[in-house]
Design a protein around this ligand. Structure first.
Ligand SMILES: [Zn+2]
Length: 599
């Protein structure tokens, strides 16, 4: 492995005894808390002490799980690491039981009792977490009913999810290649084939795949109906005001924020449609099918591989240009060997950043193969790492930031890199076009694809409330959403009515509306970057203040207090979308020089 993990543990045995102690402490704490009555003037001191214990276990858990995550990714073939992953997952489940005890403690307590507790000096800075638990308590049934729901879920809602997983992993489709070959392939391979630059290949994968999905659409439709039906029943019992309420809470954004963002996206989708038009033009067409959405821009000469050291130097220079603190932290990460980057057999795919709340260190995992996209991935993960560093010294309960805000640091890192490289002028036209194409491809995903999923899911839930929705109707809702969002760039008959069946995330049973947080993160980071472009390096301390607060409140509150931005106004989101216009104009200007025009 490239990275040095010795500051986590000297060896695996040291890790195992650390985890063993943590497991014992967790069990002890759970046993003792389960007999403490809910919060009252009598139990206040006990619960305050419990918070301290709980945070201590949280920090130690982050240390252990970060270590295991590193090992299991970098040396996936080692059995011991796989077993360690299963064991740490069980420890994580025990920790969530602990947090449920706090939910129980705060459930239904009156304001005076809550205030008295939350204003204790030792508890005060954990207040946002207390408020989260209290809100969660307001939307849970009695402990007995929640336990029954969880038990029934194993053979009910989660079983429908597992049935879908089983079905989709066994499902195959016939791939009729344009040259006459025919292959029977698992549907999991379809998406990468649909990213082919050859349109005939894309269409063949699309048609073959949808024949397979059509064969199973009755079962998929039943699964979707019953997952949603269970959720609606539970939502009503848990007094959740809308189908999207649980997802909003998980994303830590207000309904007004979501509405403002979606309104701006609906009004500003034209820029993403123009990206599609440009893509169509490069293919010698005027409109595209849904299955062309992820087709790459075909751009000029193949890029020369960028050596690892040069990749680090590029990220370092771009970060230093914005902030010595950010650049310095990245240099520190490289110098201390905190990055595992080299391609090796037995490495898992993907990239991530992980951190320990015990040592306050971070690690970056990726497989670097020398493409410009890989350099961008490095900047992305380095952005996450800096976010963790910015939170150094903050208590564990005030560090739990939602996914919506996590991506604002990483995407910002990518934007700083792109900006730095543009200013240095070391990238040729083809490289620049490729970067712009990637960014604008994201715009298509976040401003068209994700909103389609959101509109579909919302419409589906509305109809499901009245009863089961037939498969034909589900498909109609999907086509309608696609036509509405993509508009006339979507060719006649180019919609994908079975998109709902082929997308796993509609069948996730732990979370609904697994879609809008991505659009949120994309646009928020663009808005932040726009502020940086206007204000220059003097913006960076505000950005750091924003990062430090991300675990403390709902997104609109954090943005208002640290940046003076109003996330509940459509204008904020519209500006973020408009920031894509100059990129589009630049790519349009480069297009005649760099695009391969293909079929
Ligand atoms: Zn990320």
């Amino acid at each position: 492995m490239d990275w040095d993990l010795t500051s986590y543990f000297n060896d695996f045995a040291a890790y195992e005894s650390f985890l063993g102690e943590l497991e014992v402490d967790c069990r002890r704490l759970l046993t003792s808390l389960s007999s403490v009555p809910p919060l009252s003037p009598v139990t206040e001191a006990t619960w305050a002490g419990a918070i301290d214990h709980y945070e201590n276990t949280l920090a130690r858990f982050s240390h252990a799980s970060s270590y295991v995550g590193c090992l299991a990714s970098a040396e996936a073939q080692v059995d011991r690491h796989q077993q360690a992953e299963a064991r740490i997952a069980r420890a994580g489940a025990e920790l969530s039981k602990l947090s449920l005890e706090f939910v129980r403690a705060l459930r239904g307590v009156d304001d005076a009792t809550f205030e008295s507790f939350a204003s204790r000096p030792a508890v005060l800075s954990a207040r946002p977490a207390l408020e989260r638990w209290r809100r969660e308590g307001a939307h849970t049934m009695s402990s007995e009913l929640e336990a029954l729901a969880a038990d029934l879920g194993n053979d009910g809602v989660h079983a429908w999810g597992r049935l879908y997983n089983r079905l989709s992993s066994d499902l195959t489709f016939t791939m009729a290649w344009p040259d006459g070959r025919r292959d029977v392939l698992p549907v999991s391979q379809r998406r990468s084939i649909m990213a082919s630059p050859d349109r005939a290949v894309r269409l063949a994968a699309f048609r073959g795949g949808n024949e397979a999905w059509a064969r199973t659409s009755d079962v998929c439709g039943a699964a979707l109906n019953h997952i949603a039906g269970t959720r609606l029943t539970l939502d009503a019992r848990r007094k959740r005001p809308s189908a999207v309420h649980a997802a909003l809470e998980q994303a830590a954004i207000s309904e007004a924020t979501l509405d403002a963002m979606m309104a701006a996206v609906a009004g500003g989708a034209s820029v993403a449609r123009k990206v599609l038009s440009l893509k169509a033009k490069a293919m010698g067409r005027t409109s595209l099918a849904w299955c062309d959405l992820e087709a790459p821009f075909e751009i000029g000469t193949p890029e020369a591989p960028i050596p690892w050291d040069e990749a680090c130097a590029r990220v370092s220079r771009s970060f230093h240009r914005a902030s010595p603190e950010l650049g310095g932290y990245f240099d520190h990460t490289v110098a201390r060997r905190w990055i595992d980057f080299a391609p090796r057999a037995g490495k898992r795919p993907g990239a991530f950043c992980t951190s320990s709340e015990v040592t306050d260190e971070t690690r970056i995992y990726m497989t670097y193969q020398g493409t410009a996209g890989d350099v961008s991935t490095l900047a992305h993960e380095a952005g996450h790492a800096f976010h963790a560093e910015a939170m150094r010294g903050i208590r564990p309960l005030a560090r739990q930031y939602p996914m919506t805000l996590a991506e604002s640091a990483s995407t910002f890192g990518e934007l700083l890199l792109a900006d730095g490289l543009r200013k240095e002028g070391i990238i040729d036209d083809a490289g620049r076009a490729r970067m712009l194409g990637d960014g604008l491809g994201d715009a298509v995903a976040f401003l068209l694809d994700i909103p389609v999923r959101f509109l579909f899911e919302r419409a589906f839930y509305e109809e499901r409330r009245k009863g089961e929705v037939p498969v034909a109707r589900i498909s109609e809702l999907m086509s309608t959403a696609q036509r509405r969002v993509v508009g006339t760039v979507l060719e006649e008959g180019g919609d994908d009515p079975l998109f709902w069946a082929s997308k796993l995330h509609f069948f996730l049973t732990d979370i609904s509306f697994y879609n809008f947080p991505y659009t949120f993160g994309f646009l928020l980071s663009r808005a932040l970057f726009q502020r940086y472009q206007e204000e220059g390096p003097s913006f960076m301390p505000k950005w750091v203040a924003f990062l430090r607060e991300t675990g403390n409140a709902e997104a609109h509150v954090v943005a208002a207090t640290t940046l003076g931005e109003n996330l509940e106004s459509e204008a904020f989101w519209r500006r973020a979308i408009e920031s894509l216009e100059p990129d589009l104009a630049e790519l349009e200007a480069l297009a005649p020089k760099v695009f391969h025009t293909s079929k």
